[in-house]
Design a protein around this ligand. Structure first.
Ligand code: PEP
Ligand code: MN
Length: 337
């Protein structure tokens, strides 16, 4: 339910409505705007009827939200949201580039890669400390030690760091060492994890599951936002199809769907979206042209020796070239790098 307040409504009146919603066992979402203040009420909408908010003097109108995802829907928040990740703003007029290795392997590896991506113009650093691998025999990540390396290298380069969290028990440690959480494709519908992240205090990059529809992703984001954490960024990273020439099929039309249905930003991961190094840059350019708010790219200082995803990791020189060539594509979609 969306409660649109009349212009010049006082804070006291808004607070009164917020507490009425809360007393009914619903979750209020306060969204002050330049023109109008809007209040969302999340939960069982039958309860709202009992509040008779239509007759409150500060209320202009009460609209139902028809979509099953409420807090993340455009209906609730018609303007684009921007999300702050350390010193990087995702959304709005900018185009954010987050780059780094699939996994944190050592201080030397992360530091060399981070320096290279920073010199090329990246705005954020990625790297997994907890790696959810398809095979139990593959490198599983350095865990807490990896988080500490990430934090150190992030501080040394001035790049905000984004890293995956795979279970509820690690949320606190990841929050302490990183600027944003990543939820991987394999965990997109781990609802316990999503709920815990909704109660956490850092932004969440929510990757699309490999067999998830855009609406499934929106519902997963709703789990996070309805708990109070409004800072969610969607990540299109490809889905499973019958096509065998690429690791996944990058669905760039999902960017249009996310933009239409939700106010939250969306970034594209052309690395997992293709799985093939030489396809990464063209798909990054296409992502920029499609209106995405940024990209998440795997770069490794020495891809031939990478412990995970070497085949899709760019050499630093390739990433530098990508950064030199991507600006016109972002500009074509009204963004500045
Ligand atoms: C990753 O970002 O390294 C990763 C494991 O991605 P995904 O969850 O999209 O497979
Ligand atoms: Mn990877």
């Amino acid at each position: 339910m969306i409660i649109v307040l009349k212009p010049r409504t006082s804070q006291q009146e808004a607070d009164e409505i917020l507490s009425k919603i809360e007393k009914m066992g619903l979750k209020p979402l306060y969204m002050p705007g330049v023109e109008r203040t809007v209040i969302g009420a999340l939960g069982d909408e039958r309860m709202l009827g009992r509040l008779h908010l239509e007759s409150h003097p500060a209320v202009e109108r009460v609209d139902p939200i028809l979509a099953p995802y409420k807090a993340v829907s455009r209906e609730m928040h018609p303007e684009d949201s921007t999300i702050q990740v350390g010193n990087l703003t995702i959304g709005g007029k900018g185009f954010g580039v987050i780059a780094g290795p699939c996994a944190v392997e050592s201080y030397e590896q992360l530091s060399a890669t981070a320096k290279a991506v920073k010199a090329a113009g990246a705005h954020g650093l990625r790297g997994g400390a907890f790696k959810p691998r398809t095979s139990p025999y593959s490198f599983q990540g350095l865990g807490l030690e990896g988080l500490k390396i990430l934090q150190q290298v992030g501080a040394e380069t001035g790049l905000p760091v984004i890293t995956e969290v795979v279970e509820v028990a690690d949320v606190e440690a990841v929050q302490e060492h990183a600027d944003a959480f990543q939820v991987g494709a394999r965990n997109m519908q781990n609802f316990r994890l999503l709920t815990a992240l909704g109660q956490a205090g850092k932004p969440v990059f929510l990757k699309r599951g490999m067999a998830a529809t855009v609406k499934d992703v929106l519902m997963s984001a709703e789990y996070i936002v309805s708990e109070g954490n409004r800072d969610v960024v969607f990540v299109e990273r490809g889905i499973r199809t019958f096509e065998g020439g690429t690791r996944n099929t990058l669905d760039l039309s999902a960017v249009c769907q996310f933009k239409k249905l939700s106010h939250l930003p969306v970034v594209v991961d052309p690395s997992h979206g293709t799985g093939v190094r030489e396809y990464v840059a063209p798909m990054a350019y296409a992502a920029a042209a499609s209106g995405a708010d940024g990209i998440l790219v795997e770069v490794h200082c020495n891809p031939k020796e990478a412990l995970s995803d070497g085949a899709q990791s760019l050499f630093p020189e390739q990433f530098t070239e990508l950064m030199q060539r991507i600006a016109p594509f972002a500009e074509a979609a009204g963004r500045r790098l």
